[in-house]
Design a protein around this ligand. Structure first.
Ligand SMILES: [Fe+2]
Ligand SMILES: [Fe+2]
Length: 299
């Protein structure tokens, strides 16, 4: 089975409508003018969609921040950009990021659900979607509007429900993918920005320690990696990086991860667009990852 994982597309739309510029969106719009509009290039989206079609995955997973300030125009543009992929619930899974619930109004009116709810098997989180006999995506949502920060909150109640969901699943998916916007650990050398973290991260880590082996697919940090934290050796943390972000130093214009699940093994490939050429590199290969009896870190 082949899964493509993308994240943090950050479609943006600049509005000067004073009714839409109340509260936090004013901050977001200033940030758009100063940074985001120059760094997040929506014109690279057709090339990204083209590459996904070329890979021809069984499933596409998007781990949030499809928008920048949760404006309806941004949701509509993100949804429209996916049309060439013929998205359907068996093919596409989407979880929200903090930017998709940027303002109280956008969260209250459930704009994310209006545009992407059709791909979820349930109207609330957590939910579990089977991709095949023994592969399942468990989706979590710790996002909520914040007056000034980008923090999320993973509640004890959501962890409890996720545990119940997994244990009620018959058979329980042997190859588990957990999808959640926020990272639960960062690789060495990466420092979290202030006010960007996840409250309840410890409880989520404890949940993963109990339920792993699992792939933990997230976004939020805008950098790509594949690694298992020392404290969670059977959890593989995957961040594809911000899909459409321009990296001036490397010339990269778009990125995504390809996850190949074969038997008990997993292989992670990163696809990166430099100018008009896609490059692919093998980030990780572990032939025993989903084998609970295998020694740790067997490659
Ligand atoms: Fe983001
Ligand atoms: Fe985010």
């Amino acid at each position: 089975m082949r899964v493509v994982h993308i994240s943090d597309l950050h479609f943006w739309h600049i509005t000067l409508n004073p009714r839409q510029l109340l509260g936090k969106r004013l901050l977001g719009m200033s940030n758009l003018f100063l940074n985001r509009a120059w760094n997040f290039r929506m014109e690279s989206m057709p090339a990204l969609v083209d590459r996904i079609q070329g890979i021809s995955p069984d499933h596409l997973l998007i781990t949030g921040d499809l928008t920048s300030t949760a404006l309806e125009e941004e949701f509509r543009a993100a949804r429209r950009a996916l049309i060439p992929l013929n998205p359907s619930a068996p093919f596409l899974s989407v979880v929200p990021g903090n930017h998709d619930r940027y303002t109280r109004e956008s969260a209250r009116s459930r704009l994310f659900e209006k545009y992407f709810g059709e791909f979820a098997p349930a109207p609330v989180y957590p939910w579990l979607k089977r991709l095949g006999e023994d592969v399942g995506i468990l989706a979590l949502d710790p996002t909520h509007p914040n007056p000034i920060s980008a923090r999320g909150t993973m509640t004890t109640e959501q962890i409890h429900k996720a545990t119940e969901l997994l244990h009620a699943a018959k058979p329980r998916p042997e190859r588990l993918i957990v999808a959640c916007h926020y990272p639960i650990a960062l690789p060495a050398g990466i420092v979290e920005g202030r006010g960007h973290g996840l409250r309840g991260a410890r409880e989520l880590q404890a949940f993963l320690a109990r339920e792993s082996p699992a792939l933990y697919c997230h976004g939020h940090i805008h950098a790509s990696w594949a690694f298992s934290p020392q404290s969670l050796p059977r959890t593989l943390c995957l961040d594809p990086g911000a899909a459409l972000k321009i990296r001036n130093h490397s010339g990269i214009r778009a990125t995504m991860l390809e996850i190949i699940l074969a038997g008990k093994g997993v292989e992670i490939r990163r696809h990166a667009l430099r100018e008009r050429v896609w490059n692919e590199d093998l980030m990780l290969k572990n032939k025993d990852f989903f084998d609970r009896g295998a020694p740790l870190n067997a490659n």
